[in-house]
Design a binder for this molecule. Structure first.
Ligand code: GAR
Length: 206
């Protein structure tokens, strides 16, 4: 049985999508948040999932927080760590510790628009498509090997909120699929790129 630990900071809608589509052979070992008031924590606890709140404000440095976070994560012997709206920059030490077994979802078509305010920036740039990217996490923010991407149109009337809502629907399909592929052992990293071994077609909506 593969243990999945999910890190969140807020609403946790991607976490919910992953929990509800937990693949055979895996279990959600824990949901951990750096914000004790994260709505997603209560949702997970109500479903009997182990939850941990680790308030980053209680730590004197990024290194100290990441050390405590690693200890909490390792307590659940994770095979896979899933960042699902986890809004903290992680130290290189932390990302190295989980290299090849930590995924993130980012709300843009990487390598475009790393960082924050991705939808506003895509609209501002006049992009005609936008989307989301699931990638392995490396020390460089939003730069690891890309596992999968989902694309949506950008409409003339879009605001950052309407575009975010359209992208989020795709995130909820893409991320559970990527987690399933990892659990099945279908993802191989070669020369910094992800090769898919024996993966069936992407979900129809993508
Ligand atoms: C999602 O759109 C996710 O892609 C984004 O935050 C949102 C979290 O929503 N992540 C990032 O911006 C990471 N840099 P959720 O809590 O409902 O899953």
């Amino acid at each position: 049985m593969k243990n999945i630990v999910i890190l969140i900071s807020g609403r946790g809608s991607n976490m919910q999508a992953i929990v509800e589509a937990t693949p055979p052979g895996a279990r959600i070992a824990a949901v951990i948040s750096n914000r004790p008031d994260a709505a997603g924590l209560a949702w997970a606890a109500a479903r009997g999932i182990a939850t941990v709140a680790l308030d980053h404000k209680a730590y004197p440095s990024r290194e100290a927080f990441d050390a405590a976070l690693a200890e909490a994560v390792d307590g659940f012997t994770p095979d896979l760590v899933v960042l699902a709206g986890f809004m903290r920059i992680l130290t290189a030490g932390f990302t190295r510790r989980y290299e090849g077994r930590m995924l993130n979802i980012h709300p843009s078509l990487l390598p475009a628009f790393t960082g924050l305010h991705t939808h506003a920036r895509a609209i501002e740039a006049g992009c005609k498509v936008a989307g989301c990217t699931v990638h392995f996490v490396t020390a460089e923010l939003d730069h690891g090997p890309i596992v999968a991407q989902g694309v949506v149109p950008v409409h003339d009337a879009d605001t950052p909120d309407t575009l975010a809502a359209r992208v989020l629907q795709v995130e909820h399909q893409l991320y559970p699929a990527a987690v399933r592929w990892f659990v099945e052992g279908s993802l191989v990293i070669e020369d910094g790129r992800v090769r898919h071994r024996g993966v069936a077609a992407l979900p129809a909506a993508l």
